[in-house]
Unconditional design. Structure first.
Length: 449
């Protein structure tokens, strides 16, 4: 509708001009080089318009002739870029499909057609990795460092190669350099934190961990546990350096971060015991027992109450049952204390209650010891030991990454070096056993620990 109105308006203007000219007749005279030309005004105007149209048409034709080579070059360059991007896309599809040969072919083709290394270097590097040519991939990644727009991609490629080859020192160096380029990248912060922790750089790892949590690279609950582990390692490190106050401060912070984390509670309680602060040590164990009944906590508690007479020790161990009455560990701890006090009835009552909750090898062995000590019944003891031999293995500190079993908890696995991978569980298969000589320096413990 608007277009029709606009057309009518233009026709009306033309008609109005024509009428205006018709009402005002006249002639136009032109004298040039001895010639005189006279014509009606309307004819002269028409001739001028025709001449102007011919001039405009000639100008456009001349521009078309002069600009033809340039347009041909642009058209050729456009077709070349289209073919280059098509090759680049095909190369990426080949990478995703695992077709190394096609990927490398398309990478070379795209490089020739596009002549833009930032677009083709990554494809070439990935194609080389797919073919197993790590040397060529490293060359491509290194070349990418020379260009600001591809420096971070090159750094990431080199970092991935270093981690894959097990060169943690080089990986840590590259990760720290990459953070200077992109300081808030979530995956980089998570990787850097893990590398710093594996290197035993606890203070740096703690700072990176906080940044990784804020960036969403590590969930908050998981980050809380990691922080507790880092603080425990800082506590051990401070003790090795003779800084008792710092050791206690870090252990207290680890415990406050996760009161139910058994290694934190055990560490803090032992430091209190070493300083002859038995009452705070007992409170630490009792609070942790409420969330996580554990044989190591029971062992520490036994050290705390060791100065009391056997009957008093049994009474104190009853506190653990009140903290977690439905735990087999609670009844086993009291049963063990009752056996030491020769309260055979109480010992049997608690051990039988533990059998109802969760039978285990340790429990069967305690029952065998009870029958042997109280009743001198070797046959009953042998029956309990036979059950212990057939029972599943007791839980131990087992690495989630490699399955190795450790004699003691540590922030690092002494077999594979994984950080915060030791969990209290039964090994599924026969695992490698970490001997004391296998433990890396970061896991070394002073005798008092």
């Amino acid at each position: 509708m608007i277009r029709a109105l606009w057309f009518i308006l233009k026709v009306a203007v033309v008609i109005a001009i024509a009428i205006w000219l018709a009402d005002r007749p006249g002639t136009v005279s032109l004298h040039w080089l001895g010639y005189a030309i006279e014509a009606p005004f309307w004819l002269a105007l028409l001739a001028a318009l025709v001449a102007l149209g011919i001039a405009a048409l000639g100008y456009r034709l001349l521009r078309a002739v002069i600009g033809a080579p340039r347009r041909m070059r642009i058209r050729s360059r456009t077709r070349r870029r289209e073919r280059g991007y098509r090759a680049l896309t095909q190369g990426m599809v080949a990478i995703a499909a695992g077709d190394a040969q096609t990927a490398r072919k398309m990478a070379r083709k795209a490089d020739v057609l596009l002549n833009e290394p930032p677009l083709t270097m990554l494809l070439s590097a990935q194609a080389a990795q797919l073919q197993g040519d790590e040397r060529a991939a490293k060359e491509y990644f290194t070349a990418m460092l020379e260009r600001p727009e591809t420096a971070f991609l090159g750094m990431r490629g080199l970092l991935t190669q270093a981690i894959k080859s097990g060169d943690r020192v080089e990986a840590l160096t590259l990760a720290r350099k990459a953070r200077t380029l992109q300081p808030n990248t979530p995956w980089l912060l998570g990787t850097l934190y893990d590398l710093e922790a594996q290197a035993g750089d606890w203070a740096a790892a703690e700072g990176t961990l906080q940044q990784a949590i804020q960036a969403g690279a590590i969930p908050t609950d998981e980050g809380r546990r990691h922080r507790s582990v880092l603080l425990l390692e800082r506590s051990f490190e401070a003790e090795r350096r003779g800084r008792a106050d710092a050791a206690l401060s870090h252990a207290q912070a680890a415990y406050d971060t996760m009161p139910g984390f058994v290694p934190a509670a055990v560490r803090l309680a032992r430091l209190h015991i070493d300083a002859d602060r038995l009452k705070p040590a007992a409170k630490v164990v009792e609070r942790a027992w409420r969330q996580s009944p554990h044989p190591e906590l029971a062992e520490v508690y036994r050290s705390i109450v060791d100065s009391y007479d056997p009957l008093t020790r049994v009474r104190l161990f009853q506190k653990l049952v009140r903290q977690s009455p439905d735990s087999a560990e609670s009844h086993m701890a009291v049963g063990r204390a009752a056996m030491d006090a020769q309260l055979w009835g109480d010992a049997r009552q608690h051990l039988e209650r533990a059998l109802e909750i969760a039978p285990s090898r340790r429990l069967y062995r305690l029952m065998a010891e009870l029958d042997r000590t109280e009743r001198h019944d070797e046959d009953a003891a042998a029956a309990w030991l036979a059950k212990a031999a057939a029972a599943p293995a007791d839980p131990s500190w087992t690495c989630r990454s490699c399955g190795a079993v450790s004699h003691a908890w540590g922030g690092l696995c002494g077999n594979c070096g994984a950080f915060d991978s030791l969990t209290w569980k039964a090994a599924v298969t026969a695992p490698p056993l970490m001997e004391p000589t296998d433990i890396p320096p970061a896991l070394a413990r002073p005798a008092t620990a």
